[in-house]
Design a protein around this ligand. Structure first.
Ligand SMILES: NC(=O)c1ccc[n+]([C@@H]2O[C@H](COP(=O)([O-])OP(=O)(O)OC[C@H]3O[C@@H](n4cnc5c(N)ncnc54)[C@H](O)[C@@H]3O)[C@@H](O)[C@H]2O)c1
Length: 485
């Protein structure tokens, strides 16, 4: 089927490339001319595992094209709107990019078009779109408007898009439902060449859930707000653990064994960031408020999250006493691992606050440094975590990249001025770090110094927490270089 995707960001690019991968003829448009020209010449404007390969395959097979939104609108039988919906100052979602695409569709499209909102939008945006199109379109345009919220996660977006748990569509007509079912058929049946797994395991077919448009819109905001609530909940449990001397990792492990709770999103730390949770929680609060419902629970979720960075800084202050002139190595800038995205990343607030208190920051992130430079120009960026740690009074871990589980701790110990690690993601093993001679401070777990080693015997594991990983080739090379110096 001929499909159009408007907006080549994390969601749009993944959607376009994956729909081409499963056999559709896709046109992806982008209004940022620099980004568009990169895509047209085969250069990636963002980092996302596997995406470059999927895009290359699509372009070589001539079923993935990039161009202007005008051309995109005339191309597809279905148009997926994947533009950004950032927060306004009052927390509401800014829908101006959606409105501008709708205006262009009304002006330029003719024949039948299925217009699909994939961007995360407040409930009733579909209804607004329908009203807008009714007022502005010509008689030659016939259309349906559907909601198809996207649940992919940055860092695993290709895998998530091709192997989803559920596909939700909100429609008001049988025709729209059937078209979307046909578009997603290869994914529903899991019949396509998988670019992620060499020997793709037999996956469970996703649930294809058909709802009305408003309910589909609400499913997205409610899901993200619920997950954010889980994170803020465990963060408060972590604070309580610190107050009473318990270990949040053990508490989370015990909670997660209950299938009604589950272990996911029970890892405390510096708080949630990125282009989804912070803005979606804010938007959901505003939607509820405008509809006369006081969702005060979510205001607390947001408030707890906003205080996480300050709480971590407090730990740094407690250890370093005077911040001015202290050298701090910041490991990780992206809002989560396996992405280069720093939008609403906790690292930004953290680094700005540390700089303001006079600390000297040396930062390292495997993928996000280019994007970070635009928002955090006043720090030294380093080529690897060892360089960042040189002469440091403290290492602060902000993003749980696997690379930080593969460190040669003896080497790190020899480089720093003071062997202090403040782990904002609880990603390392207390035992391993203290054995290596570090004073190790994490979130909701006991702080342990080397002379207390052996006293903290029980270590719970939630997800990959505390797991030490073998070196990959690139890291072997970095290590070899560093050891020679
Ligand atoms: N990033 C995620 O993990 C994620 C996951 C699920 C849902 N979402 C939602 O998806 C939407 C997009 O998110 P994103 O992270 O991809 O944003 P993004 O900012 O990375 O991408 C949006 C792109 O749309 C382009 N654009 C804006 N107006 C345009 C127009 N008129 N024509 C063509 N291109 C246009 C922008 O230049 C930008 O490149 C948001 O509503 C977001 O909440 C994001």
């Amino acid at each position: 089927m001929k499909l159009s995707v408007i907006g080549a960001g994390y969601v749009g690019l993944t959607t376009a490339a994956c729909l081409a991968q499963v056999g559709h003829d896709v046109f992806c448009s982008e209004s940022d001319l620099e980004k568009l020209s990169k895509l047209q010449s085969g250069v990636m404007p963002l980092f996302e595992p596997h995406l470059e390969k999927v895009i290359r395959t699509g372009r070589e097979a001539s079923n993935l094209h990039f161009g202007s939104t005008e051309d995109g609108i005339s191309w597809g039988d279905a148009i997926f709107i994947c533009v950004g919906t950032p927060p306004l100052a009052n927390g509401e979602a800014d829908l101006s990019a959606i409105e501008s695409v709708a205006r262009m569709i009304a002006k330029r499209a003719s024949g039948y078009k299925l217009i699909v909102e994939k961007s995360t939008v407040p409930v009733q945006t579909g209804a607004q779109l329908r009203r807008h199109l009714a007022v502005h379109s010509t008689d030659s345009l016939h259309y349906d408007v559907a909601s198809n919220p996207e649940f992919l996660r940055e860092g695993t977006s290709v895998d998530d898009f091709l192997h989803p748990d559920r596909i939700v569509i909100g429609v008001e007509s049988e025709r729209a439902a059937e078209l979307l079912r046909a578009i997603y058929k290869p994914i529903i049946e899991q019949k396509f060449t998988c670019p992620v797994h060499n020997d793709c395991p037999k996956r469970q077919e996703p649930t294809f859930l058909v709802t009305d448009t408003g309910s589909a819109e609400l499913i997205k905001h409610a899901s993200n707000s619920f997950l954010a609530m889980k994170i803020s909940f465990i963060n408060m449990v972590a604070d309580l653990c610190e107050a009473v001397g318990a270990d949040v990792a053990q508490v989370a492990e015990g909670m997660g064994l209950d299938p009604r709770i589950g272990p996911a999103f029970l890892n405390p730390g510096i708080g949630f960031g990125g282009f989804c949770f912070p803005k979606d929680v804010q938007a959901f609060i505003r939607i509820a408020q405008k509809s006369g419902c006081d969702f005060s629970l979510l205001r607390e979720v947001e408030k707890i999250n906003q205080l996480r960075v300050e709480r971590l800084i407090e730990k740094v202050r407690n250890e370093l006493w005077v911040m001015r002139g202290k050298k701090i190595a910041v490991w990780g800038l992206a809002f989560k691992p396996n992405t280069d995205d720093v939008r609403f990343a906790p690292s930004i607030a953290l680094v700005k606050a540390l700089l303001q208190e006079g600390a000297i920051i040396k930062a390292y992130d495997p993928k996000a440094m280019e994007k970070a430079k635009a928002v955090l120009p006043d720090l030294e960026y380093c080529s690897d975590p060892y360089q960042a740690s040189h002469g440091a009074d403290a290492i602060v871990i902000v993003t749980e990249w696997d690379e930080f589980r593969r460190m040669d701790w003896t080497l790190v110990r020899s480089l720093v001025d003071r062997p202090l690690i403040i782990d904002g993601r609880n990603m390392l093993s207390i035992a391993q770090l203290t054995e290596s001679g570090f004073h190790y401070v994490s979130v909701g777990r006991p702080s342990v110094s080397p002379n207390e080693r052996g006293q903290h015997r029980v270590e719970a594991k939630v997800g990959a927490q505390g797991e030490s990983l073998p070196l990959d080739d690139a890291q072997e090379q970095v290590l070899a270089r560093r050891r020679k110096k």
